[in-house]
Design a protein around this ligand. Structure first.
Ligand code: SIN
Length: 333
């Protein structure tokens, strides 16, 4: 194909194991390989795309913060309006990849493909998966079939939507899965093949906060992890920070101990948004099943994991949505 008709793909790098290199005293340090060198690891991509690369950050994704999300959203929004760009690939650490993908899914009206990818093995190790994932992410971003999908994640040849995707294993190449439904498709031989019914991507919450231009008044939202033998000591420490919201990573159907609920009922009555999610790796948390949300003033997280429920709550509270609007968000309506 003549070079001037190849799709133009902007690669934004943020760090992560995909850019990991050896470091003193550690097996590796994430976010060390310069952006241009990352691109040089996939010379084949120049056959099917015109590539530009830009380092937005160089961090392990445990250090991805709200300021970086704001920068990324601004950059991706600008690229959406840039007629010289056909698709975007973002390299990212895998540990919080799902949170950034879900954030961008809601914060950007994606009218062209945005594909996030990363690696489970650092760049210098035998069998490093970064180059293959980057190549597949570029192939997906070039595909006309990906245009309606919005923000997605490509790992280990599999394309996931931003709502469903989750890191489900701490190590290994098959680290990613879907929380409730299946993946969107698969990249093989540099071709994207979508699964039946996947053609429009996941419409839930898509672009729901794309009109929020500032993204600079981040509320304080904590996640409280429930467990057997749970007292309220940690929750008390959380409440002392005067949070705007607390997401409970509850047991089973989003449940927690009686002392926890007593404190949270009082907090909710004082205006703290309390969302019940589940620490289990799959399933839905619906209102009023084992916990009387109406009486306690809580919100059930539906199909979202605690970490994704937190991202949705952050954006909704930033916009000062009221309790009725918050409930509607979590039911996906
Ligand atoms: C990170 O998330 O930055 C480190 C782990 C990884 O990228 O796989």
């Amino acid at each position: 194909m003549p070079e001037d008709v190849l799709p133009r793909i902007a690669v934004l790098t943020t760090g992560g194991t995909i850019a990991g290199l050896p470091a003193e005293g550690l097996s590796y340090r994430a976010g060390s390989l310069p952006a241009q060198r990352l691109l040089e690891s996939v010379p084949q991509a120049a056959k099917w795309a015109r590539l530009s690369v830009e380092a937005v950050a160089e961090v392990g994704s445990q250090d991805v913060d709200h300021a970086l999300w704001r920068t990324l959203a601004a950059r991706v929004r600008a690229l959406m309006d840039d007629g010289q760009v056909d698709g975007i690939v973002i390299t990212h650490g895998t540990d919080t990849l799902e949170e950034t993908a879900f954030f961008l899914h809601m914060a950007v009206q994606a009218n062209k493909p945005v594909v996030l990818t990363g690696a489970m093995r650092p760049a210098h190790t035998p069998g490093a998966d970064g180059p293959a994932n980057l190549l597949d992410a570029i192939a997906a971003a070039c595909s006309p079939a990906a245009r309606p999908l919005g923000v997605c994640v490509l790992m280990n040849q599999t394309l996931y939507d931003a709502v469903e995707v989750q890191k489900a294993r701490a190590e290994g190449l098959d680290a990613f899965s879907c929380r409730n439904h299946g993946p969107l498709g698969r990249v093989s031989g540099h071709q994207l093949a979508l699964h039946p019914g996947a053609g429009q991507g996941n419409p839930a919450w898509r672009g729901a906060f794309a009109d929020d231009s500032r993204l600079d008044a981040w509320p304080r939202v904590h996640i409280l992890y429930a467990h057997a033998g749970m007292d309220a000591a940690l929750l008390d420490a959380m409440l002392a920070t005067r949070p705007d919201g607390i997401v409970v990573a509850g047991v089973g159907n989003g449940n927690a101990s009686a002392p926890t609920w007593r404190r949270l009922q009082a907090a909710a009555s004082e205006g703290v948004a309390v969302v019940r999610a589940s620490r289990t790796p799959a399933g839905q948390v619906w209102p009023g099943v084992e916990v009387d949300d109406e009486q306690l003033g809580f919100i059930a997280a539906g199909g979202l994991s605690p970490q994704k429920a937190r991202v949705l709550l952050l954006l909704a509270l930033q916009r000062r949505d009221n309790t009725r609007q918050l409930k509607a968000h979590f039911l996906g309506i």
